[in-house]
Design a protein around this ligand. Sequence first.
Ligand code: SF4
Ligand code: SF4
Length: 340
Amino acid sequence: MSDKIIAKTDLRQWLASLVAGNDVIAPLGREGGPAQWKAIDGNQEIDLGAGQMVMAAKEYLLPVHDVLWRYETKKGEEKLEQPELPDRPTVMVGLRLCDARAISVLDSVYMDGRFRDPYYATRREKLALVATVCDDPRWSCFCTSVGDLDEWAKGVDVLLTDLGDNVYAAPVTEKGKQLVQGSFFKDPTEDQTKKKAEAWEKLKAMPKKPFAGKNITENVSWDAAIWDDMAKRCLGCGACSYQCPSCSCFDIQDITTGSLVERYRCRDTCQFTDFTLMGAGHNPRPEKKMRTRQRVMHKFKYQMEQFNIIGCTGCGRCIESCPVNIDMRDVLTALVEQAD
Ligand code: SF4
Ligand code: SF4
């Protein structure tokens, strides 16, 4: 694929050209708060340097409130309708590599070949990912300790690297090659290609945690002492999985307002007591210890066994959102130390 360079002053022009044939979603800054994922019309200044977003890129694929259907009776007439799903291609610009990897995790759950969730898959099949190489990882990030970034980079369509006044655009797929088109793109100089490679190596050299390189799947033990410690502290609030880019569980609810019934799905979490509560009253995970263990074992063992992919990308959101400072890095360190 032929790599290109675009001046930052031309970025808006590029995005406007993308908007002509695609829906485009990008980080938009806002006063008094963090940047948010928004559909853009090509006239806005997008915040490519927004870094990791509070809400992960899965927000587009698995909206917090996703209407499945609506049924309404009005003046004796019945109407059943399904929401419109995108029929135009969509380009998501500016997501971090960890969030792109999380989409690979979600793909394995929602469209693994045996099952195809039509709501997720329709959005995903039309989606192109234009990711950005992190130049300023957050204090809570540990991507390089749980994954191989060279491998993760194969899951995006275009990889952007910020070079100051310019952005280096490397198409990864054919779809990505089609996106990196226009007279504002130039061939990179040798110096620019070298700087891009240096930025990539710098990211990969991020300090590793004690569990890096260990086979975490084999070290996650059902009887580990860490589960008791986690259970004593955990409040069961679910913030960790609500913000997790790769958590995939949902609940289905109906809202009834007079003549209208709306069925929607929303995020759910294994950290809630009633997550596994069955209709007859039995709950296979009644204790908090069982639920805290489930979150970690699912990500590092069950998803590996089922889909051959680790269900955590080291984005650090669960660490930053936990009100009692439960830190996934400490949990993984304890697990590998216990196993040694
Ligand atoms: S478990 Fe935590 S660190 Fe891992 S992907 Fe989810 S939020 Fe990020
Ligand atoms: S955010 Fe912390 S306290 Fe809340 S459920 Fe997750 S681990 Fe427990």
